[in-house]
Design a protein around this ligand. Structure first.
Ligand code: PTJ
Length: 243
């Protein structure tokens, strides 16, 4: 039992949830280490949404709303951490939601789809094929889903698939607390923010943005600037800690 007055209460509750989901097979064991890396970067960020992340989140909303065929890709960590937030974002931007796993088994795909449906996500399921140019199992996706998408939102991604999707001419929006990762540097747009803060911000922006604002955000997108700002925020906090 985690006492609610513990100073790291939220963080401990999230860890407990991920550990439970790992025991159930929804989160991969490797996903727990990925979460730890995310926590470390979030600590450096001050566990808050920075101004540049908010710009990235509004730009993501603009891209999803302007897309012909937007798809949100879900892995084990994302489903365990944010199923209700995915449902809310799907309602706001009408994207397809598709499960795509690195540590893929049919059983895990089914479990994660079930968890999402319980949270009222409309899951795009059905027959997956090995369609992406990757030697690992993230290559499995649906022909009418991710394969046909023009914009793909990929939370907690591994760099390989991000590169493969970009090479296919798709616009890739990554959510990754590590601004130095290959994913962060390859994506069309990188949101350096924690998943459960980022998704509601994107959903809110979907309901707020005018057409003119959307166009402005998309045409002024500068991912290099967004990454530089995230790194600047982190190094500034480290600098203050040494004062
Ligand atoms: O469920 P599977 O089988 O598809 O596996 C999923 C994992 C996460 C294990 C897989 O995609 C993986 O290995 O990812 P990486 O390469 O470790 O990358 C995950 C990235 O997400 C890292 O750069 C972390 O810093 C970042 N991250 C972790 N937790 C969060 C996060 N970013 C935002 N919000 C988080 N909560």
């Amino acid at each position: 039992m985690i006492p609610p007055d513990h100073p790291r209460y939220r963080s401990l509750v999230v860890r407990e949830r991920l550990a439970k989901c790992a025991r159930e097979g929804i989160v991969s064991w490797e996903g727990l280490t990925a979460h730890g890396r995310g926590e470390a970067f979030d600590y450096l960020l001050g566990e808050r949404t920075t101004d540049s992340a908010r710009i990235a989140e509004r730009t993501a909303a603009a891209m999803l709303l302007s897309a012909r065929h937007p798809v949100i890709s879900i892995n084990g960590n994302t489903a365990a951490l944010a199923a209700p937030e995915i449902a809310a974002l799907q309602r706001a931007c009408h994207a397809l939601v598709e499960v795509n796993l690195f540590h893929r088994t049919e059983e895990r795909v089914r479990q994660i789809e079930g968890l999402l449906r319980d949270a009222e996500v409309e899951v795009f399921a059905g027959k997956a094929e090995r369609l992406l140019a990757l030697s690992h199992d993230r290559a499995w996706c649906r022909r009418e889903g991710m394969f046909a998408a023009d914009v793909v939102l990929v939370p907690l991604e591994d760099g390989d698939r991000c590169e493969a999707l970009v090479r296919m001419g798709k616009k890739v929006i990554a959510i990754d607390l590590n601004p130095l990762s290959r994913t962060a540097r390859t994506a069309t747009l990188t949101i350096v923010d924690e998943l459960t803060r980022a998704l509601p911000e994107i959903a809110r922006a979907c309901t707020e943005l005018t057409k003119i604002e959307r166009t402005h955000l998309i045409t002024s997108l500068d991912n290099h600037y967004l990454l530089r700002e995230a790194i600047r925020e982190m190094t500034a906090r480290l600098g203050h800690a040494m004062d």
